[in-house]
Design a protein around this ligand. Structure first.
Ligand code: IPM
Ligand code: MG
Length: 375
């Protein structure tokens, strides 16, 4: 393929730069051995951008993100930035990217690698072979709804403290329908099952969610099996019998929470990739950003302890969803599986049965070695 793939790398804060360095190595391998051409540029996001520009994402970086085929993001945040005003906190940089690129469908696959089944907090038989996909709505809901803010409540003498905090859960039917379509499309390529989660028992936005997902199903995807579940029951079912699910589609806030729970089922948060996709661009590729589900882990940053696999698997998702290089994505995923089966372990994956302890960089090297051996 003679296509050139443009990629903007935003390593961010904490362990972000360390895990992203391993992705850069993997990109180099695919350029050398698979003839792919990447036009890679680097920029700042989160606390790193705040330190440089006084904002967690500069307008120039935002413009660059809009112009590339895909963005790779490491992680944002750290205790140093906790004192900052809400409007310039590192997380705002990430949320701005999601919102302005209109990345409405966030794909968070939770797959349990056989070699790690004993790491899960659940029993091996409950999680072995687990392969579910959470599709989280990413550009609306309570994360962005207006009105929002902290106001004084002076006229209410019964309110001790005199303040009120407000956020708004707001969804339009169009926002629900487009993410539902993404979920149904993805389900057709898997085992054709979607479970939609909301709180229709207490929230009007939940009733609308349920009705609109059902509408898309009945009118456009009647071949896909659709069930609905209250999100609290969904959380319970995820830890009780996760294998009952294939694709879960849910709103921004429930998706944030449920995906952390699903991640832990697989043994380590250090393993989970994600893709955030928007509408198709002129070149036919979707607007896209790829990032590990884990955070910036400031407690272990800079020590070579971080697990780069979630970030490397996020690049595999970029190969699949942005560049249509599904074979290369599968090749990279197999290399990761191979290394795990060989007992290569960063600290988060080190269990009672031992293994070969490795640093972040060594894990990257082992994965590249496995890629080279397979080919
Ligand atoms: C996530 C994170 C973010 C979120 C934070 C860092 C803003 O938890 O991607 O799941 O809440 O969406
Ligand atoms: Mg989260």
């Amino acid at each position: 393929m003679s296509d050139q793939y443009s990629l903007l790398i935003l390593p961010g804060d904490g362990i972000g730069p360390e895990v992203m360095a391993e992705v850069v190595k993997v990109i180099g391998w695919f350029e050398t051995h698979r003839g792919m051409k990447f036009d890679v540029s680097h920029d700042l996001v989160g606390g790193a951008a705040y330190d440089a520009h006084g904002a967690p994402l500069s307008d120039a970086t935002m413009a660059r993100a809009q112009s590339v085929d895909a963005v790779m993001l490491g992680a944002v945040g750290g205790p140093k930035y906790d004192v900052l005003d809400f409007s310039v906190k590192p997380e705002r940089g990430l949320l701005r990217l999601r919102k302005e690129m209109d990345l409405f469908a966030n794909l968070r696959p939770a797959q349990c690698f056989d070699a790690l089944a004993d790491f899960s907090s659940l029993k091996r038989e409950v999680v072995a072979g687990l392969d579910i996909l959470i599709v989280r709505e990413l550009t609306s809901g309570v994360y962005f709804g207006e009105p929002r803010g902290i106001h004084s409540d002076d006229n209410n003498p019964e309110n001790e403290g005199g303040r009120v905090g407000i956020n708004t859960q707001r969804y339009t039917s169009g926002e629900i329908r487009r993410v539902a379509r993404s979920a149904f499309e993805l389900a057709r390529r898997r085992t054709n099952k979607v479970c939609s989660m909301e709180k229709a028992n207490v929230m009007e936005s939940g009733i609308l969610w349920r009705e609109e997902v059902q509408w898309v199903h009945d009118n456009e995807y009647p071949d896909v099996e659709l069930t609905h579940m209250y999100a609290d029951n969904g959380a319970m079912q995820l830890v009780r019998r996760p294998q009952q699910f294939d694709v879960i589609v849910t709103d921004n806030l429930f998706g944030d929470i449920l995906s952390d729970a699903a991640a832990m089922l697989t043994g380590s948060l250090g393993m989970l990739p994600s893709a955030s996709l928007g509408a198709k661009m002129a070149n036919g590729r979707p607007k896209a950003m790829y990032e590990p589900v884990h955070g910036s882990a400031p407690d272990i940053a800079g020590q070579g302890k971080a697990n780069p696999i979630a970030c490397i698997l996020s690049f595999a998702m970029a190969l699949r969803y942005s560049f249509d290089e599904g074979d290369a994505a599968a090749e990279l995923e197999r290399a990761v599986e191979h290394v795990l089966a060989d007992g290569i372990r960063t600290a988060d994956l080190m269990g009672p049965e031992g293994g070969t302890p490795v640093t972040t960089a060594q894990m990257g090297d082992y994965i590249i070695k496995a890629l080279s051996q397979e080919s």
